[in-house]
Design a binder for this molecule. Structure first.
Ligand SMILES: NC(=O)c1ccc[n+]([C@@H]2O[C@H](COP(=O)([O-])OP(=O)(O)OC[C@H]3O[C@@H](n4cnc5c(N)ncnc54)[C@H](O)[C@@H]3O)[C@@H](O)[C@H]2O)c1
Ligand SMILES: [Zn+2]
Length: 387
């Protein structure tokens, strides 16, 4: 037997630009990223826009067209911006993926053309999946427009849609060509979504950065009222911590069994599906973090009292730390939420790996969860609400 090892590595890099008024003609951020590799060419660009965003910003499509006309030397908009369904809808029916693919085909998008997606995390996940699979990958620029997408999913390297009722069952790892974060979009979100997006900032501070957690505590009043400067700093630091984990955590494409950034997420994903996404991702993550904080205390990992500190901050920011769906039971009497542990493991395969807290700012991975103790944590959370 002879084995010849093939081995190479490919450096990935992409800019994440923080800007305001992205489509104001004098803002060159978009033109600059498009011309980054071939400054003198005229680049073909196709734009997909989240229809929920477009409804909230009726001028957006005209602004995008105007921007391209103004920068016609470098940008050729191959067709009018195309509206796609916003939110989980776009990820829940492969028909949408096919129709986006059809548009790329119709307009002869090649590997040097750009596919720009403007919208929430769901639209970016879906359009990103099409971009990463069409011609085995065309250049994809993301413009995240929710707090959650700007501070978390939009700066990551994953795409995906749901199938067989499983979230992100079909997906790809594909770093984007660039990410453009415009604070204006996040600021015009409904309040509920602004709050929901902050869960990821609390999350990443809890597992990685105690000083960021203290910063959030100190600025909780400004954040709770969506004060612009505080929101900008929160989004940026959160995005940077996510980028650091992906770039320097040693496993950007998640080949191992750990999902180090998914603190509080095993129950959150389950609660989202129990409630058929009536509970937002961030809202579910807030409950999941409170639950796992209490479990960390019960397991002797986290000092008693710290779970209260975490809960108080989350509540101050505007989260409810309980949902009746947490107590939904299966026919055999077992709590449905607990199936989230198995499903969490199945997504990656390998050993069950759950991130808990050893301290504020210090995540630790464990490979076993004591179900009785988890239930105890669950009922503690419920009792807190009643107290
Ligand atoms: N790829 C990843 O790494 C990753 C990570 C975390 C989450 N996600 C995914 O992200 C999705 C959630 O994304 P999300 O929280 O950004 O929400 P979303 O994409 O579900 O959007 C929520 C709603 O807001 C609307 N919207 C978007 N921007 C708006 C704006 N500026 N003003 C008004 N309305 C606006 C949308 O139309 C939609 O109705 C989930 O599908 C989740 O699985 C992906
Ligand atoms: Zn999340």
């Amino acid at each position: 037997m002879q084995t010849v090892w093939q081995r190479f590595s490919v450096p990935f890099e992409f800019p994440v630009v923080f800007t305001q008024d992205l489509f104001a003609v004098e803002n060159t951020a978009l033109r600059d990223v498009i011309t980054r590799l071939e400054p003198r060419r005229r680049h073909r660009l196709m734009v997909f826009v989240d229809d929920g965003l477009a409804a909230a910003r009726p001028n957006l499509l005209a602004q995008v067209r105007h921007y391209a006309e103004h920068h016609a030397e470098n940008i050729e908009l191959v067709c009018n911006p195309i509206l796609v369904p916003g939110g989980e809808k776009i990820k829940s029916d492969l028909h949408f993926i096919e129709s986006i693919q059809q548009s790329l085909f119709d307009h002869h998008i090649d590997r040097h053309s750009y596919v720009l997606a403007i919208g929430g995390g769901a639209v970016l996940d879906a359009v990103g999946l099409v971009a990463s699979t069409t011609h085995r990958g065309v250049r994809h620029i993301r413009v995240p427009t929710t707090v959650l997408a700007q501070n978390d999913s939009g700066v990551g390297v994953k795409n995906g849609v749901n199938l067989h009722g499983v979230k992100n069952f079909v997906g790809s790892f594909a770093p984007p060509f660039a990410v453009l974060n415009d604070l204006e979009f996040a600021m015009s979100l409904p309040d509920r979504d602004k709050v929901a997006g902050m869960a990821e900032a609390v999350k990443v501070s809890l597992i990685r950065d105690a000083s960021f957690f203290s910063w959030i505590e100190q600025h909780s009043e400004h954040l709770a009222t969506f004060e612009r400067a505080a929101m900008a700093t929160m989004i940026r630091r959160c995005a940077e911590l996510h980028m650091r984990q992906i770039g320097h955590g040693g496993d950007p494409f998640e080949t191992g069994s750990a999902r180090p950034l998914d603190y509080g997420h095993w129950s959150a994903h389950k609660l989202e599906s129990i409630t058929r996404h009536h509970v937002r991702h961030g809202e579910a993550v807030a409950i999941g973090m409170a639950l796992d904080a209490r479990y960390s205390v019960l397991s002797g990992l986290l000092a008693p009292g710290q779970e209260d500190r975490i809960c108080l901050l989350l509540e101050f920011l505007g989260f409810d730390l309980w949902h009746p769906g947490m107590l939904r039971a299966e026919p055999d009497g077992e709590l449905t939420i607990l199936a989230g542990l198995r499903e969490f493991q199945e997504h990656l395969g390998g050993e069950l790996t759950i991130t808990l807290l050893a301290d504020i700012g210090v995540g630790v991975e464990v490979h076993e969860i004591d179900i009785e103790r988890m239930k105890e944590a669950l009922f503690w959370l419920k009792r807190r609400l009643e107290a």
